[in-house]
Design a protein around this ligand. Structure first.
Ligand SMILES: [Cu+2]
Length: 213
């Protein structure tokens, strides 16, 4: 009965082989190295970190007692998608905030933490510079001496990270010695009515109010 047609046995054999292969694959996959997941992983070919390079990274020299400094450079995005820098960290400061500088209606400038990270547009760049967006290491754990370098780790919205090495430079930009410290002290001594807004996140607003009064 199987010999009745040439094609029928052929199909049967093929089906049997296929079944055998599937069976083996099913048995083998849990114990053997995972062959299947690899192609899925290549669907996303680039992490945010792979898309971003930072040119001319530098940090302002600062004494540890000044508590904070600022980091600059140009973030370049080589990918087709916008990339969002969400966090940064460094071993020489307790934390690193991402700041933007805003100009008030009276023309004074103040800086504040950006709420949703800094976006580097697709095939474009974002410059961090004095008077503009910058990285703000807070709580320095050592003096930052011009000519030395510091490593800063950048964290992107897809949780990928990249570590850049920034040169420490002397810089006299008054923008970074800031109203921060002075005004924070004013706030503490004179403006106790502003208690509700005394927090890290709002200290810049306090600085602004300080100017108005
Ligand atoms: Cu700042």
């Amino acid at each position: 009965m199987p010999a009745r047609s040439l094609s029928t046995p052929h199909y049967v054999v093929t089906a049997a082989l296929a079944a055998t292969v599937l069976t083996f694959a099913g048995c083998a996959s849990p114990s053997s190295r995972s062959v299947d997941p690899a192609p899925q992983a290549t669907v996303t070919t680039h992490t945010n970190a792979q898309a971003i390079t930072m040119t001319d990274p530098w940090v302002k020299a600062a004494d540890m007692d000044s508590h904070m400094t600022a980091g600059f450079g140009t973030l370049v995005n080589d990918s087709d998608q916008p990339v969002v820098l969400t966090e940064a960290s460094t071993s020489v400061a307790s934390n690193v905030e991402l700041h933007e500088t805003v100009t008030a209606t009276d023309g004074s400038t103040t800086m504040q933490e950006v709420p949703h990270g800094l976006t580097i547009p697709a095939h474009n760049s974002l410059t961090l510079e004095p008077g503009g967006n910058h990285l703000m290491p807070m709580g320095l754990t050592q003096d930052l001496i011009a000519g030395d370098t510091v490593d800063i780790t950048l964290v992107f919205s897809d949780t990928s990270t990249t570590t850049i090495t920034a040169e420490i430079r002397d810089f006299d930009g008054a923008q970074e010695s800031y109203e921060h410290e002075e005004t924070d002290m004013d706030t503490m001594s004179d403006h106790t009515e502003d208690d509700a807004t005394v927090s890290d996140a709002n200290s810049h607003d306090d600085a602004h109010h300080g100017h108005d009064h």
